[in-house]
Write a protein that binds this ligand. Structure first.
Ligand code: 4NP
Length: 157
């Protein structure tokens, strides 16, 4: 669907979901898709904070500047404002379900469920990891961003 509204959700909104947001913004722009994109955390730990420096560095390595992104927490209103809400792992999906007001429009799914061959796999939390973990996060969210662009183009046709 053109003009789709997509929200990416992780726990802190400083590691994984900002990278997912950046990867999808980039993939959508390259495909000339007009989308509204944002990211949020299920927790309130990092509201108002920029992404983790390791996520900023990973994005910068792909030519993307996410340093102006700021953490925020998922709200019930998001289910009315977004068409799709993607969680990174099963714990995120449980929290998303708890916040879901039930009368919104958003479809919810675990992000890698839309990637061929990766259904059921989580985007694992790189917070306690190192650079390699952030690279793995990037590869996961980039594959999902490309899959989502293909899905939205299909829906529009
Ligand atoms: P994220 O990673 O959910 O990918 O943003 C985390 C960030 C912060 C924390 C945990 C995970 N934390 O415990 O503060």
């Amino acid at each position: 669907m053109a003009n789709s509204q997509v929200l990416f959700v992780c726990l802190g909104n400083i590691c994984r979901s900002p990278l997912a947001e950046a990867a999808f913004r980039d993939a959508a722009a390259k495909a000339d898709l007009h989308v509204k994109v944002d990211s949020a955390g299920t927790a309130d730990y990092h509201i108002g904070e920029p992404p983790d420096p390791r996520s900023i560095a990973e994005a910068r390595g792909h030519g993307l500047d996410i340093s102006s992104y700021r953490g925020r927490q998922l709200t019930a209103a998001d289910f009315h404002e977004f068409d799709y809400i993607f969680g990174m792992d099963r714990s995120n999906m449980e929290h998303i379900e708890q916040v879901d007001p039930g009368d919104g429009k958003a479809k919810t799914a675990m992000l890698l469920d839309i990637v061929a061959g990766s259904a059921g796999r989580e985007v694992s939390d790189p917070w306690y990891g190192g650079e390699d973990n952030f690279r793995a996060t990037w590869l996961d969210v980039k594959a999902a961003a490309e899959a989502l662009v293909a899905i939205l183009i299909d829906e529009a046709n």
